[in-house]
Design a protein around this ligand. Structure first.
Ligand SMILES: [Zn+2]
Ligand SMILES: [Zn+2]
Length: 432
């Protein structure tokens, strides 16, 4: 456990006696930190995580994972709804009345063969928890345990979302369609990362993670003999000029200081050297940090491909939403909730362990929740050279430092508790 975390426990509450409300807030935080660090809770979080780690399940196959979560919630006496979006579990703690605040953990694994040799190595060939989602579940269960013990002090209801299929980018969207955000005023989530040492919190207000989109354009021409081109309408020529023109969107139309990407990664057309095909298909990906730019890229990709197709007497269809490669919007953190999350995090890990997180081209389907309600996602460091926790997510050598669990559980619980207690945050959100 990082020193800063232990030090927090030794802080003198009388330092905060100058304000009664601050003292009360501190007192609840102190209880949360104490509950999070109870050895039985820490060991339980580790054992739940290790059980999950040994039995990784891919997106929308999280049946045993879901059963494990329900089993632990039942032990805690926490009510839940299931199934939500096939394998998802939605638990509630508190008064059962508004306001509602949501905490989220994802629970799917990856199709990766684990290369780490340790006692709780994945028992399933070709599958591994290599993105820390087993840790996310353990920390949210930890928060459930803490909040259950404090439920008489909750001034509203905490909704705990255990979500499937984050890695496929569809779980959050499906959970929302099943109503998990109904009446919810704010949503909070975290991802453990190897960018920071264990216990360091990375926060970024506003634009945080890029939106990730994929497109597929089918260009229709008229097939014929390649030696008699005047009798055909060539879709390959239209596809070729489309690829070149798509590159001018980022290089000529966008601010060089505002990162955006358009890449064509697939071209499919033709099967014989002397036949002009009926159609050609190009597909690729696009990324941007703001919703405006993301939407702008979508519009321009469609216009450019259709325009280039028309120049060459072809027609084109451009598709953005596919079940296989869904479009994920940019993750944009609410700037008002940032202040609250920053305050809570610094009380738990110490101001010296708070960093401004960099923007990242990676995407998170948590963005779907943020599209619906104000909220915040933070990065929680789990890097520890001593135990080899240095490899990036999705690496077969991925290791996390389990000492991060009480910190994550405490931040989850403290956010929910203080959001429900802090009328000023709620008031600001209502004025939004
Ligand atoms: Zn991942
Ligand atoms: Zn992840």
């Amino acid at each position: 456990m990082p020193l800063c975390f232990s030090l927090k426990l030794q802080s003198n509450p009388t330092d905060h006696l100058n304000s009664f409300s601050t003292y009360q807030t501190y007192s609840v935080k102190d209880q949360i930190v104490r509950l999070a660090n109870e050895p039985s809770t820490v060991n339980w979080m580790k054992s739940v995580r290790r059980e999950m780690h040994e039995n990784p399940e891919l997106s929308y196959e999280e049946f045993e994972t879901s059963a494990l979560i329900r089993r632990e919630l039942e032990k805690l006496g926490v009510a839940y709804k299931w199934p939500v979006a096939k394998t998802g579990v939605v638990a509630t703690i508190g008064s059962g009345s508004p306001p509602f605040v949501a905490l989220r953990a994802d629970m799917d694994a990856l199709p990766i063969e684990e290369m780490v040799d340790w006692e709780n190595k994945s028992k399933v060939e070709g599958k591994m928890h290599a993105c820390g989602h087993d840790g996310h579940v353990a920390m949210l269960l930890g928060a459930a345990k803490i909040l259950k013990q404090l439920q008489d002090t909750l001034q509203g209801t905490v909704v705990l979302i255990f979500q499937p299929a984050e890695e496929r980018g569809v779980g959050a969207k499906d959970m929302i369609e099943e109503g998990v955000l109904d009446n919810v005023e704010a949503v909070f989530g975290m991802h453990i990362v190897l960018d920071y040492p264990t216990g360091v919190v990375g926060l970024r207000p506003g634009e945080f993670l890029a939106g990730c989109g994929s497109f597929k354009a089918k260009i229709h021409g008229k097939g014929g003999h390649a030696a008699i081109p005047q009798q055909s309408i060539d879709p390959i020529l239209a596809a070729s000029t489309s690829v070149i023109s798509l590159q001018s969107i980022v290089s000529r139309e966008t601010d060089p200081l505002d990162s955006q990407v358009v890449s064509v990664a697939v071209i499919k057309a033709g099967s014989s050297f002397n036949v002009i095909p009926e159609s050609a298909t190009i597909s690729g990906t696009f990324r941007a940090f703001s919703k405006k730019n993301f939407k702008g890229l979508m519009n321009r990709i469609e216009e450019v491909v259709k325009g280039q197709a028309a120049v060459h007497r072809c027609s084109a269809e451009v598709e953005f939403l596919g079940k296989e490669h869904p479009t994920i919007p940019p993750t944009v953190n609410d700037e008002r909730i940032y202040e609250q999350v920053r305050g809570i995090s610094s009380e738990i890990v110490g101001e010296e362990n708070i960093q401004l997180a960099h923007t990242s081209m990676g995407s998170e389907d948590f963005a779907f929740y943020l599209d619906k309600v104000p909220g915040f996602m933070l990065f929680l460091g789990t890097r520890n050279e001593k135990i080899g926790a240095i490899h990036a997510p999705h690496s077969p050598n991925y290791i996390i430092d389990e000492d991060v669990f009480p910190i994550g559980a405490a931040i989850h619980a403290a956010f929910a508790h203080s959001f429900l207690s802090d009328s000023t945050v709620k008031l600001h959100l209502h004025n939004f």
